[in-house]
Design a binder for this molecule. Structure first.
Ligand code: SF4
Ligand code: F3S
Length: 106
């Protein structure tokens, strides 16, 4: 499956959700995750993210391995999102910032 990684936190552009043919994106307060049990590896979402937050599970950036388990866990807790919505007003300020995992809201 594909995995949403740290750069999505507090940016949450949601361009990714509309292309998923199996509706496997789930939305939390400031982050999105992919349900690994639903993802069919179609690859469509990966290029949609303007800040490259989406990776195949086997190609997650070094140091971000925890996001594989986080996607699986949070997908069970959060509702499905299939429609694009406005990103946070300060999303641009958070692009590429390190340590955003500490700001993840559940
Ligand atoms: Fe959905 Fe395809 Fe992305 Fe998996 S790879 S989350 S099925 S769009
Ligand atoms: Fe996040 Fe990128 Fe989707 S910022 S919401 S993974 S388009």
């Amino acid at each position: 499956p594909f995995v949403v990684t740290e750069n999505c936190i507090k940016c949450k552009y949601t361009d990714c959700v509309e292309v998923c043919p199996v509706d496997c994106f789930h939305e939390g307060p400031n982050f999105l995750v992919i349900d690994p049990d639903e993802c069919i590896d179609c690859t469509l979402c990966e290029p949609e993210c303007p800040i490259n937050a989406i990776y195949p599970e086997d190609d997650v950036p070094a140091g971000q391995e925890a996001f594989v388990a986080l996607n699986a866990e949070l997908a069970k807790a959060w509702p499905v999102i299939t429609t694009r919505k406005d990103s946070p007003a300060d999303a641009k300020d958070w692009e590429g910032k390190a340590g955003k995992i500490d700001l993840l809201e559940r």
